[in-house]
Design a binder for this molecule. Structure first.
Ligand code: PRP
Ligand code: ADE
Length: 183
């Protein structure tokens, strides 16, 4: 990983107060996309720990994954598959494989769907996302891969915010620990 990428990720991160009626600050990672050096380095840095396992495809969930997934896929020279959520407002037509997550970091059970024609036996899948907290959405993605007969190699995220046993169980690598982001 480029030496100062982790420092730049921290410097460009903010917690935002969404305003009256809200009790929580929300993470704002938009600075990561606005910085041309970070944007260029994210894909190669995410995939670096997984290159040797020779992924054949990158899978990532809506909505932030739709940005990060292609960065990772192009760094590997492989294709990208999106996992959609009903909340997207427009679901893909055709045969889909669905899985529902356990309660995620917001207590939601998230439904995720992947087009059958884009994932199948022989695929070696690298999952990519921006942030992992409970690992719930990753569980759903791993279940979809298993249903499709595809092998999951692990997950590459930017911010790791989960217990170490979750990271070990799901084979998660990250670029920064959430504890190292500014408070
Ligand atoms: O580890 P977990 O508890 O599963 O939480 C992590 C997931 O939740 C967030 O996505 P969110 O559904 O908020 O979508 P977003 O990309 O639209 O922010 C984040 O981007 C991960 O996908
Ligand atoms: N994008 C995100 N995903 C999961 N947990 C979070 N906590 C703060 N921001 C988050």
């Amino acid at each position: 990983m480029p030496a100062d990428l982790t420092e730049r990720l921290a410097a460009l991160f903010q917690w935002i107060d969404p305003g009256p009626g809200t009790s929580h600050l929300v993470s704002d990672i938009s600075g990561w996309w606005r910085d041309p050096t970070v944007l260029a380095e994210l894909g190669p840095a995410l995939v670096a720990p997984h290159r040797a396992a020779r992924p054949t495809v990158v899978l990532a969930p809506a909505v932030t994954g739709l940005l990060l997934g292609p960065l990772a896929a192009t760094a590997l020279g492989v294709g990208f598959v999106a996992a959609h959520k009903p909340g997207d407002g427009r679901l893909p037509a055709g045969a889909l494989t669905w899985a529902q997550s356990p309660p995620d970091y917001r207590g939601r059970r998230v439904d995720l769907a992947v087009r059958d024609r884009h994932l199948g036996p022989g695929d070696r899948v690298l999952v990519v996302d921006d942030w992992v907290r409970t690992g719930a959405q990753l569980h759903a993605l791993y279940e979809i891969c298993a249903t499709r007969g595809a092998e999951v190699l692990g997950t590459a995220v930017v911010a790791v915010d989960c217990p170490p046993e979750v990271a070990a169980d799901l084979r998660i690598t990250g670029l920064i620990n959430a504890a190292d982001l500014p408070g």
